[in-house]
Design a protein around this ligand. Structure first.
Ligand SMILES: Nc1ncnc2c1ncn2[C@@H]1O[C@H](COP(=O)(O)OP(=O)(O)OP(=O)(O)O)[C@@H](O)[C@H]1O
Length: 622
């Protein structure tokens, strides 16, 4: 079921295709900005050689200023014009980086928008839950998220940067070649090993990021935990602060040590190579000076040589840096590409069958389920029928498989074996959105959204979210209307304080913090928003409620459930006794089935659980 979807990223062909995608993305995010960015970048690549050439001509012009006009060597120009030209290029050198940064930032914002839309669009398209429970996938998702914001822009910047540096190299080589082909060759050859060493290092860096990803995740987990409001109580009371800090420190130290090792490698391998470049440059200069003294070269040639050697080395370093950064961002971009290309984790039926409104029954036929291929079976051959218009209650000890069964009904997973039929149609043969549109549910681990009360309820049915009457009716059904009406801003009160800062923080009208039971009733109201659905699932809908509220909620729910097909899970035996059919699940197997009276008569597990709770109440009453 959870196949290892995460593969290692690498291979030149893959890298090239990813580079193509990154460039295409950048282009799509802003064709004009991208073109301008390219022009500006390339222009900056040509300027250094241009300045060098003009300077050489200027120095030659000065050297031969006293020579009569007809005897001047070819390529001697008016010094005033050359000074003006150097001035113009100087202005461009100063101004262009700012223009480039502006265009680059603009492009980056555009790219971020496109890429995030795609990534989260793809994530929203994962219909099931399994991927979200796979740690390797979560790692990749985290990296994809990181990649989404920086990788395409970085890749483009690197590719353009490489083009710029190569243009600089080539233009300088043009100048250098005219002066001395030998020096040109030696300079280039000396710079090549650095390129390969850098590429190797960057691969190691990317591998390290991947290897240490679980550590980074744990480090982040401890960090978040120490700042988590929900965890504050236990951390304070149990004195867990230093323990968590120690664990976080351990992860950070391990990551730091690996980074340190890599940095050392970079220093040891790069240092000598950089030194070799400097020796070559110095040797070339000595040779050049001697030749100039012999009259073979001009002073302008020496200045051009000095500038070109430095320029070529800097530009080759630029190519290496660009390649390294590009390589890293492409590896990172690979995670983004993989996640955004992923299809839904639930096989889609093609073509999907229409899902008729429920008219007869929902039937589980010999359903077996386990979460992963190597984990134990959670459901072992469950067969049960939920008749149309009837209520089914699921009873069983913790871990019996009740919530799992509900997840299968919502098709958050597919059964490993067996099938679930909706009026005879296998759930796998219908579009998952159609199925979910027919279901309403309160899950055991319901959500508390940092939204207003009206929105918290209304999002149960997005299409009717702004229909205040509907929201109020849903709140009434969940017995929460009165409470919400009395809040500072009624239904428009924010059920969160996280968006308020500074002075507003103490204003109770700005947002409220609800209790667990109040949140549970809001979640119930959210489910009640979904009127006219075929199946209502209530997984522990009253676990956090006080006795009076629980009674009231169940009375109302019974009213609401009348005529609706429903599945109720509750550990409160008083709440399930009214169900049309009660099923007892023990370690993934149905052991008893019937209505309250017949199960009590049978004297099995149901009767035992019921009697334990009843006895508790009686003792408490006495
Ligand atoms: N996402 C998951 N991955 C792996 N195993 C899981 C997962 N969720 C639940 N399980 C396992 O499946 C079994 C059944 O869990 P389930 O939540 O369905 O039980 P339950 O009957 O609803 O229990 P409770 O009454 O405590 O809510 C448990 O052994 C649990 O450890």
């Amino acid at each position: 079921m959870q196949k290892p979807e995460v593969t290692k990223v690498g291979g030149w062909r893959g890298l090239l295709s990813r580079a193509g995608r990154a460039l295409a993305l950048t282009w799509r995010a802003g064709p004009w900005s991208a073109s301008l960015y390219l022009i500006l970048t390339l222009a900056q690549g040509l300027i250094p050689a241009g300045v060098t050439l003009l300077t050489k001509w200027l120095l030659d012009g000065i050297q031969f200023a006293q020579v009569p006009a007809g005897e001047k060597p070819a390529g001697t120009f008016d010094p005033i014009m050359l000074v003006a030209g150097i001035g113009v290029l100087g202005i461009l050198v100063a101004a262009l980086p700012y223009a480039t940064t502006y265009v680059q930032s603009r492009l980056k914002r555009g790219v971020t928008l496109v890429v995030q839309d795609r990534l989260f669009g793809a994530v929203n398209g994962f219909d099931g839950m399994a991927r979200f429970e796979n740690p390797a996938f979560l790692d990749r998702l985290r990296m994809a998220q990181q990649a989404a914001t920086m990788a395409p822009e970085q890749t483009t910047a690197s590719i353009f940067g490489i083009a710029q540096s190569m243009l600089t190299v080539m233009s300088f080589l043009g100048v250098l070649l005219v002066i001395s082909p030998l020096i040109t060759l030696i300079t280039v050859v000396a710079a090549i090993p650095a390129l390969f060493v850098q590429l190797r290092i960057s691969r190691q860096q990317a591998d390290m990021m991947w290897t240490f990803s679980p550590r980074s995740r744990r480090q982040l987990f401890y960090q978040m935990l120490m700042l988590d409001l929900a965890a504050v109580k236990e951390i304070r009371l149990f004195g867990l602060g230093d323990f968590l800090l120690g664990r976080m420190r351990r992860e950070t130290v391990a990551i730091n040590a690996a980074e340190e090792r890599l940095d050392r490698k970079v220093m040891v391998s790069q240092g000598p190579l950089a030194g070799l470049g400097a020796v070559v440059a110095a040797g070339g200069l000595v040779w050049m000076v001697f030749r100039t003294l012999e009259g073979q070269f001009t002073i302008g040639d020496i200045s051009a040589f000095i500038a070109a050697v430095a320029g070529v080395q800097a530009a080759i370093a630029g190519v290496v840096a660009g390649a390294t950064q590009g390589y890293e961002s492409l590896l990172l971009f690979g995670h983004y590409v993989d996640v955004s290309d992923m299809k839904s984790d639930l096989p889609a039926a093609a073509p999907s069958r229409p899902l008729p409104p429920l008219s007869a029954e929902i039937r589980l036929e010999d359903v077996w389920f386990r979460y992963t291929d190597d984990s134990p079976w959670v459901l072992k051959g469950v067969s049960v029928t939920i008749p149309f218009g009837g209520s089914l209650a699921l009873v069983g000890l913790n871990g019996a498989g009740k919530s799992t069964l509900v997840k299968l009904l919502c098709r958050l997973y597919d059964p490993t074996k067996g099938r679930i039929l909706w009026d005879g149609v296998d759930l796998r043969d219908v579009a998952v959105d159609d199925l979910r549109d027919r279901i309403s549910a309160v899950f055991q681990d319901y959500m508390s959204y940092d939204l207003s009360a009206a929105e918290n309820i209304g999002i149960g049915d997005l299409a009717n979210m702004d229909d205040r009457d509907r929201v109020v009716r849903a709140a009434e059904r969940a017995d929460v209307h009165e409470f919400v009406s009395e809040l500072g801003r009624g239904y428009d009160t924010m059920l969160s304080r996280i968006f308020f800062q500074g002075e507003d923080n103490d204003d109770p009208e700005q947002g409220v913090t609800l209790s667990g039971g109040q949140w549970q009733r809001i979640a119930l109201a959210r489910a009640m928003m979904r009127v006219g659905r075929d199946l209502l699932i209530l997984d522990e809908p009253s676990a956090g409620l006080d006795a009076a509220a629980e009674q009231a909620v169940h009375d109302r729910l019974r009213e609401y459930r009348k005529g609706a097909t429903s599945v109720l899970i509750s550990h409160r035996m008083g709440a399930v006794r009214h169900a049309d059919r009660i099923v007892v699940l023990q370690e993934g197997v149905i052991t008893e089935e019937g209505d309250h009276a017949s199960l009590m008569r049978a004297g099995g597990e149901y009767a035992r659980l019921f009697s334990i709770q009843a006895a508790n109440y009686v003792e408490e009453a006495e």
